[in-house]
Design a protein around this ligand. Structure first.
Ligand code: UDX
Length: 458
């Protein structure tokens, strides 16, 4: 099949590349000439394991190409995926300008039947808005061209995006019960047929329910995380271990093990934005989603849990102290710094006068840029942060080691060497990577999240 993907961000690139790898011909369109030039040189603007190679293979096989030419993009694909950004506006609502512009461009240039697929996470009702724009543009040109708008939300996780795309749990398709909608659905089913060989993974529903499904999934997962974080904070107070509790409840199939890890709060490009957007949608319909609003405020507080534990230990002035910090990206296997908890930790420690020596296996460049942004009004704080090439360079003469992201490389370090290098053997572990007992045996004071261990009661 011939497919056009509008937007070469995270979702667009992964979608386009994977669909090409399945044997389709895919043209990816972006308005940013620098990005397209980069992709044409075989380089990739984001870090995602396996993506670069997959792009290069499919470009070489003639199945994948890139362009800034909007009209060529519209002419190319019978199916037009819209996979552009929907950043949060100041009031928490999703900013739809890029989605609506993409729809306008399709409407302006289309001459025959098009399936317009919303892949971006868009508020409930956006499908109708997109259809309205297409109708308007087509009417203005006085041509007759039919179309159907399909909602096909994406559930891929950064760092595992290709595997998630190629082995989906489910494929959600929202379409209207009209002849065009059914024609579109038939095409979409053909496109996704390779995923349905063993059993049917497609869930067909109306457009609004499909849009809702994406938000409901992310809101549910974010809720589990915030709830576990609250329980972890209580476990610290009562002296219980949240890791044992997690396993104790996860074994109940009604609960399950995933997304029950307490930590430093959720970050990234999806959960924070989608939780806000769904709460906003509800408010604009006269309903307050009380649970979800609590999920968000618990998460905001959880992002400073490590700093609170550090202050509990040393007081709020940290002049003369140096902290090693492992992990900058919002989660492992990505260089994404959006809403990364490390940013808040660094800001709090630096403002209190500490020096920070930070390491991340891939996100250091992005972290530098993110911190420059965060400290724009107080650039002197940047001088307190040093980026080091090796995790061991960070711990040298450090008062404590702070772990913010659970990269594999940090899971089994040489504790003997770390202890010898540090001023004091103290670890604040925001991701519960180690067992408190093992750490005690290794001679460390160990402060996890909800492990019933507190730095001030060593
Ligand atoms: C998420 C959804 O999982 C995905 O389906 C959707 O398409 C986009 O949003 P992503 O943001 O890439 O994916 O990361 P994910 O692995 O879901 O983690 C999100 C955040 O939650 C991270 O900050 C992570 O550290 C945190 N998290 C996750 C926890 O704190 N505890 C957990 O148990 C799981």
């Amino acid at each position: 099949m011939q497919i056009t993907v509008v937007g070469t961000g995270y979702v667009g690139l992964v979608t386009g590349t994977c669909l090409a790898d399945l044997g389709n011909r895919v043209l990816c369109v972006d308005v940013d000439p620098a990005k397209i030039a980069l992709l044409e040189r075989g380089e990739v603007p984001i870090y995602e394991p396996g993506l670069k190679e997959l792009i290069q293979d499919n470009v070489a096989a003639g199945r994948l190409a890139f362009t800034t030419d909007v009209a060529a993009g519209v002419a190319f694909g019978e199916i037009q995926f819209i996979a552009v950004g929907t950043p949060a506006a100041a009031d928490g609502s999703a900013d739809l300008s890029q989605v609506l512009q993409a729809a306008r461009n399709i409407g302006r240039h289309m001459t025959d039947f098009k399936v317009v697929v919303n892949k971006s996470t868009v508020p409930i009702g956006t499908g109708e808005q997109v259809a309205g724009i297409l109708r308007e543009e087509i009417a203005q040109r006085g041509v007759t061209a039919s179309f159907a708008v399909v909602s096909n939300p994406e559930f891929l996780k950064e760092g595992a995006a290709i595997a998630d795309f190629m082995r989906p749990d489910r494929i959600v398709l929202g379409a209207d019960d009209t002849p065009e909608g059914q024609r579109a659905l038939a095409l979409m089913r053909r496109l996704y047929a390779p995923f349905n060989r063993h059993h049917e993974r497609t869930r067909v529903m109306d457009v609004k329910s499909a849009e809702f499904t994406k938000y409901a999934a992310n809101a549910m997962l974010a809720t589990r995380i915030s709830f576990m974080n609250e329980l972890a904070n209580l476990a610290d107070r009562v002296g219980a271990d949240i890791e044992s509790v997690r396993q104790g409840i996860g074994s109940d199939p009604r609960i399950g093990y995933s997304f029950l890890y307490a930590g430093t709060g959720y970050g990234g490009s999806c959960f924070p934005k989608d939780v806000q957007a769904l709460a906003h949608t509800a408010r604009s319909h006269g309903q307050k989603l009380r649970v979800l609003e609590a999920v968000e405020s618990v998460n905001d507080e959880q992002k400073s849990v490590i700093a609170r534990k550090v202050f509990e230990r040393y007081g709020e002035r940290l002049e003369g102290r140096t902290f090693a910090l492992w992990g900058l990206a919002f989660k492992p296997n990505t260089d994404d710094m959006r809403e990364a908890p490390s940013r808040g930790v660094i800001a709090a420690l630096a403002r209190a006068g500490a020096r920070i020596r930070a390491h991340d296996p891939v996100a250091m460049e992005q972290a530098r840029a993110a911190l420059a942004e965060d400290f724009r009004a107080e650039p002197a704080l940047l001088q307190r942060v040093e980026f080091v090439r090796h995790p061991m360079d960070a711990v040298k003469d450090a008062d404590a080691l702070v772990i913010v992201t659970e990269w594999k490389a940090y899971r089994s370090p040489n504790f003997g060497l770390i202890k010898a290098a540090m001023r004091e053997p103290l670890i604040f572990d925001g991701r519960n990577l180690y067992e408190p007992q093992d750490m005690q045996q290794a001679g460390f004071t160990y402060v996890g999240i909800g492990r019933g261990t507190r730095a001030s009661t060593e």
